[in-house]
Design a protein around this ligand. Structure first.
Ligand code: C2E
Ligand code: MG
Ligand code: MG
Ligand code: MG
Length: 288
């Protein structure tokens, strides 16, 4: 019963449809076209050992420059991409594009960098993932050690045993596995021990109000001890102040990520200086 041609020019919307629903439907229609219309872009945020230290890796963060909806971050379209299944082709594009860019950086002399890609549960559960990753690495002649796949505990736990199988296959390829937003999920320590993970990222939620002697410091200490016991590299997310940076470094984090070190920005040159968040709203690039 979709209208043939609405007054507004959109075919599939009932005129009395709730505005939110309409917007979601239009977003989904447009997102479907976004890949081949070349509207998706990856921003990159550095992972660093210290503010003045070297970059060790970069996390690829998806952005959608839509002609109708504007510049969108994942909070505006990721759940829609997941529920519609569009996250599979989009995620494949992300993996491929991140490998392509990493190869460019490698050829420019950044042989010690790795690029991290976020994975949704839908991607992890899709049968093609291992092949997609293997093919992307081959196509761009990129060594697997330059690719990190970030999954959250909740992503892995949706189908815990199946996830473990796929993650073991990915790990066998030689790519690294990173546990994102650690501390927000509900996986058991036993499961964590079985995961073939190389890196653990402490969720921003524990960093925001971090101060010496408070509960967050104690929790972070415990997470670091746990991660190190399981032989994982520890990364802190959402580092915004030099006080947080100093404390996290002293507590033993191996790398830091956050606005203090660098904001996400388009691929492009080398980091010049970290800009305080309030002075540099996105999409100010970290790279110039
Ligand atoms: P995430 O993987 O935990 O990424 C970190 C998020 O925190 C990013 O948001 C980043 O811009 C933001 N961030 C970094 N440093 C700071 C800081 O100092 N302070 C604050 N307040 N925020 C900071 P973004 O780019 O909006 O991405 C949100 C989430 O969307 C990501 O969280 C990730 O779960 C998901 N995502 C992003 N790109 C992709 C993708 O290509 N595929 C999939 N499946 N998910 C993605
Ligand atoms: Mg991430
Ligand atoms: Mg995270
Ligand atoms: Mg997150």
């Amino acid at each position: 019963h979709a209208k043939k041609q609405g007054r507004n020019g959109y075919r599939f919307f009932e005129p009395n449809m709730n505005t939110d629903v309409r917007l979601q439907m239009q977003l989904q229609q447009d997102l479907r076209q976004a890949i081949h219309r070349d509207e998706l872009e990856l921003y990159y945020q550095p992972k660093m050992v210290a503010p003045d230290g070297p970059v060790t890796g970069l996390e690829a963060l998806l952005r959608w420059q839509s002609p109708t909806h504007g510049f969108l971050t994942p909070d505006r379209f990721l759940s829609l991409a997941e529920s519609s299944g569009l996250i599979v082709p989009i995620g494949n594009w992300v993996i491929n594009e991140a490998c392509r860019q990493m190869k460019v950086w490698f050829d420019q002399g950044h042989g010690d960098w790795s690029v991290a890609v976020n994975l949704s549960a839908v991607q992890l559960e899709h049968t093609s993932l291992v092949d997609v990753v293997r093919t992307a690495l081959e196509e761009h002649e990129l060594a697997p050690s330059h690719l990190v796949l970030e999954i959250t505990e909740s992503t892995a736990m949706r189908d815990a045993e199946a996830s473990l199988k796929v993650l073991n296959q990915l790990s066998a390829l030689g790519v690294s596995i990173s546990i994102d937003d650690f501390g927000t999920g509900y996986s058991s320590l036993l499961y964590l021990k079985r995961l073939p993970a190389n890196e653990l990222k402490i969720d921003r939620g524990f960093i925001t109000e971090l101060a010496q002697g408070n509960d967050d410091e104690a929790i972070i200490q415990a997470i670091i001890a746990l991660g190190k016991t399981l032989d994982m590299k520890i990364v802190a997310e959402g580092v915004e102040t030099s006080e947080q940076q100093a404390l996290l470094t002293r507590l033993g984090c191996d790398a830091l990520q956050g606005y203090l070190l660098g904001r996400p920005g388009p691929a492009g040159g080398l980091l010049k200086e970290a800009v305080p968040p309030e002075k540099a709203p996105e999409p100010t690039p970290v790279f110039q």
